[in-house]
Write a protein that binds this ligand. Structure first.
Ligand SMILES: [Zn+2]
Length: 284
């Protein structure tokens, strides 16, 4: 599943390839990919003739600022489980999981391919608040790269929560953009066991956790958002750097720090990978 670094990599790729280019039309192959407007015709009519001024990211949402059409409006994209945005020539054979095509000049297109079909797109008309259409944005916590994502902020979000820290980290209203891979990696780097209850975390552990979250995300973005997952960037290049993970998906393999075997437990239905030696309840 694309996490923050993958989505950020897609955003940067789109900013390199699609800016100031006019959307000349589109084709929707799966109607339910368009979450808003409810009429696909209205979606195409809304985006047609506008140009992409910039791609932004909030959590795992991609937001294209469209001008002028007649005033600024927005195109939102969420890749969910398997969504991919690919910048291709229109002659490229259609993949069977192609859901939406957005056409540009020079026979180029932005193609949305999504095997599991959970991905979504929205067109937000001019003068309408983005959060009123893409309601998930309103529930998002701060981005880990926001200057306001401080130790105090994270501590307040985790306060009085009697649930495991790992489960809390996957909650997009606690931290935006973190998923299973980077949550496991950040917990390892901060020496915190995944099942530690939020209420039992000490401030120094939260401090370490905050730094570790930012660090693992930055490292992955530098690697092109491809550190662990089977991920394609907008040019369709898979830069899978398998084997770089510290704990994720390494059950039974030796810890890269102490040699102890990595273990796996299930928390809220998700696998959590950890080192029983490096990670402790107190994080010492
Ligand atoms: Zn270890």
């Amino acid at each position: 599943m694309p996490e923050l670094p993958e989505v950020e990599t897609v955003r940067r790729g789109l900013n390199q390839l699609t800016l100031n280019r006019e959307i000349t039309g589109g084709d929707v192959l799966l109607n339910r990919t368009i979450a808003y407007p409810f009429s696909v015709g209205e979606f195409i009519y809304g985006i047609k003739g506008s140009s992409i001024a910039a791609w932004h990211r909030r959590g795992k949402y991609l937001l294209a600022e469209l001008t002028p059409s007649p005033a600024t409006c927005w195109l939102g994209v969420h890749l969910r489980m398997t969504g991919q945005l690919l910048w291709l020539h229109q002659d490229e054979p259609l993949h069977k999981h192609t859901r939406v095509r957005l056409f540009f000049g020079d026979q180029q297109e932005l193609r949305f391919v999504d095997q599991r079909t959970f991905g979504q797109m929205w067109w937000v008309p001019p003068g309408v608040a983005v959060e009123s259409i893409i309601t998930g944005l309103g529930k998002l916590a701060l981005d880990p790269f926001s200057p306001e994502f401080t130790v105090d902020y994270l501590a307040a979000k985790l306060q009085n929560r009697r649930r495991p820290i790992k489960t809390a980290l996957l909650d997009q209203s606690v931290v935006a953009g973190l998923g299973n891979i980077y949550a496991d990696e950040a917990l390892f780097k901060s020496a915190v066991l995944p099942e530690t209850l939020c209420t039992n975390l000490q401030l120094k552990q939260i401090e370490r956790l905050r730094s570790a979250i930012i660090q693992v995300l930055e490292t992955s973005i530098e690697a092109g958002g491809t550190t662990f997952s089977n991920f394609l960037n907008v040019k369709g290049i898979n830069g899978n750097y398998g084997g770089v993970a510290l704990v994720y998906n390494r059950t039974g393999e030796p810890c890269r720090v102490c040699g102890e075997l990595i273990q796996r437990i299930k928390l809220a239905g998700r696998s959590s990978h950890f080192c029983p030696q490096c990670q402790t309840p107190t994080g010492n």
